[in-house]
Design a protein around this ligand. Structure first.
Ligand code: SF4
Length: 189
């Protein structure tokens, strides 16, 4: 049974990762969600691009999804830096259940440290947060095992921000699970 939708909300991003999966497909060919799908899913993962670049529009998207009683969990993917910029501007997170961080650059790692410094309680209040760590020795990750600053940030994210930590390598194609669908907003930029 399909219960999870990954919803592409923007193609904007302030990073330019060489292996960005958005370079592998035609975004226009991602289907739009149907009413039936929106009325039956339980979990939505907002993705892009960088969803936090949408600013106030991100709040509107989250609130519109929240108005559907069947949707129980809303999560946002971010590389980190734009989440920090969003928090500086709006002070609070949108009405979500969790964040999936995947820092790609030193700027993202530094932003994660500053988010922990200023907003860790907000993150502890969320149901589920994840930190995906791409290791430098493999492919094009930025996490450096020899950099103790990175290790401190991971441990702070784990202990202070309620982030489960996953170590990953880059993949060109990420297969959807049978219970998941990938859709896009009609106006996604
Ligand atoms: S942060 Fe994500 S969306 Fe942005 S360029 Fe990198 S992989 Fe692509």
């Amino acid at each position: 049974m399909i219960d999870t939708m990954h919803l592409f909300v923007t193609n904007k991003c302030s990073n330019n990762c060489p292996l960005c999966c958005n370079k592998n497909y035609d975004i226009e060919k991602i289907p739009l969600p149907t009413e039936e799908e929106l009325n039956s899913i339980e979990n939505v993962f907002l993705t892009g691009g960088e969803p936090f670049l949408l600013g106030e529009k991100l709040n509107k998207i989250v609130n519109a999804l929240r108005s559907r009683k069947n949707i129980k969990n809303i999560y946002i993917y971010t590389s980190g830096y734009e989440c920090f910029e969003y928090l500086k501007k709006f002070e609070n997170l949108p009405n979500i259940n969790g964040i999936n961080f995947s820092p790609k650059t030193d700027r993202d790692w530094n932003a994660l440290a500053r988010i922990n410094f200023g907003w860790s309680q907000d993150f502890r209040n969320l149901r589920s947060n994840r930190l995906y760590v791409f290791i430098k020795e493999y492919d094009r990750g930025t996490f450096d095992l020899d950099n103790s600053n990175n290790l401190d940030i991971i441990s702070e994210a784990y202990f202070n921000m309620n982030c489960r930590v996953f170590f990953r390598v880059w993949m060109n194609n990420i297969e959807s699970r049978p219970n998941e669908i990938f859709r896009r907003l009609e106006n996604y930029d």
